[in-house]
Design a protein around this ligand. Structure first.
Ligand SMILES: [Zn+2]
Length: 180
């Protein structure tokens, strides 16, 4: 996966040196396999900062791309901006605690990028925060206003219910006046 390799020849063994690079790659194969994925070929912007430290190369990166997902509430497909940050130390002499090492004159960003993306992809994506979802009975998309405040009684109805209760002298509970 050559596209993810960052050359580090000019900062290897020179603690304190730092390089910043920005580039756009094409996702070579899908990231994620649940409801939300980054598709193959999707452009992915990568801001990379490479810092030379005594132990190796510390990489801090921000990845921006587009995710495609199926809304967990209304089941509609949608696309949304996706951003994730990650930081990884690539050690010169990796121990068991270090996941990644420096390979010759480059570091391979593909594994940590993939890990970061897959972890950050939403497990239950929603097309928008207030997506009302589907009506469990009809399967149709629910009315957004009704679904947003399902337990709130219309104030006009509440007033009317009070009227009825007064009038019939039963109870203030609209349920009982209805069953009369
Ligand atoms: Zn939705």
């Amino acid at each position: 996966m050559r596209v993810y390799e960052e050359p580090i020849r000019d900062i290897v063994g020179r603690p304190g040196e730092m390089r910043e690079r920005t580039r756009t790659i094409a996702v070579p194969e899908p990231f994620g396999e649940a409801l939300a994925v980054i598709r193959e070929g999707e452009p992915l912007d990568l801001d990379v900062r490479l810092e030379s430290v005594h132990e190796g190369i510390l990489v801090s990166a921000t990845a921006r791309t587009t995710m495609h997902a199926e809304c967990g509430r209304c089941l509609q497909d949608f696309a949304a901006p996706f951003e994730v940050e990650f930081q990884e130390l690539f050690a010169y002499t990796p121990t068991e605690a270090d996941e990644y090492g420096v390979h010759g004159d480059h570091v391979n960003l593909e594994p940590p990028l993939r890990d970061a993306v897959v972890l950050a992809l939403p497990f239950q994506p929603v097309c928008r925060p207030d997506c009302p979802g589907l009506d469990p009975e009809t399967g149709e998309l629910r009315d957004a206003e009704v679904a947003a405040e399902p337990d709130v009684v219309d104030p006009r109805w509440a007033a009317l219910a009070g009227f009825l209760a007064e009038d019939t002298d039963v109870s203030a509970d609209p349920g009982s006046s209805e069953s009369k």
